[in-house]
Design a binder for this molecule. Sequence first.
Ligand code: NAD
Length: 338
Amino acid sequence: MTLAAETNKITFFSTQPYDKVFFNKYNEFGFELDFYETQLNQQTVILIENASIVCVFVNDIVNEAVIKQLAEKNVKIIALRCAGFNNVDLEAAKKYNLKVCRVPAYSPQAVAEHAMAMILTLNRKTHKAYNRVREQNFSLNGLLGFDLFGKTIGIIGTGNIGKAFAKIALGFGCKVLAYDIVTNPEMEKDGVEFVSLETIFKSGDIISLHCPLNEQTKHIINEKSIALMEEHVMIINTSRGGLIETASVIEGLKEGKIGYLGIDVYEQEEKLFFKDLSEDIIQDDAIQRLMSFPNVLVTAHQAFFTTEALTQIALVTFGNIKSLLSENDIENKRALLV
Ligand code: NAD
């Protein structure tokens, strides 16, 4: 693939101020960078001017209709600056001869550590304690937690993030069960026990989701799986919102079956996350209901958000684009989707 110098431009969608900082800082190949705050969708493709590359994030819409428009605009590369790619129609990209790349592992630790931060916050209620002492309320009533040591943590998906999370959980002295479509002997040596999905649901005091969103995993947490779980189970989702059937989880919380819920991702997050809506009337009743529970912690897709991760994201994204432009290939096969 040879591209004229004037088309060596990357149009970024869904950008935040920190994206500009990191991508400008690590632009060692001298690409021309065009940043838009707006999401990529059928209406916003028009913003692309003489750029052969678009750089997108988790909530950009990259379906067949958008891909067709991108091809008409002469875009050659869709560079995802994230790991998950459930928002991209890869078949359509193939059909229209577009290359698609991603950042397969920028900082698995960032997400794994955030999952553990959610567990600790929900358990020890440090968010409530912080506010309470500022009001000079030094009472402990309502802040009772439990020892993590000796508890059973069930992990669904043991790729880069699930593996890093398992190490943290083992460090806390937890019994770690895992389910994945492939078992990992190295993790077994470390003390992780690979079991069936049903065993995870039945035995986990805490269940943490680290698998991708696909046809097999959509709504993996649903009415039936919740029915199998321990009373007062804690569910943590730092992966993708679509893994959880929101209505069933709300029911589980109302019944007290789910004792704690920590979510960094939400099925309808594209209308909410990464925006300041503090003056708006939120129309999404499900997220409002979720946020009204005292035992639910919502963060707005921030698990990846560390300096180390943003540095890696910028470096790997530029490296992927450079390799595709010069060699039409990427050495790290996990980075090249089409
Ligand atoms: P990965 O590709 O390294 O690992 C995914 C694992 O899931 C693999 O081991 C795979 O075998 C397993 N898997 C696939 N299908 C499965 C199924 N049906 N049941 C059980 N396991 C299955 O990915 P990763 O880097 O560990 O990331 C995991 C997910 O985390 C991503 O898909 C992404 O959606 C999410 N993520 C979220 C954030 C955030 O900021 N919240 C950041 C990065 C990634």
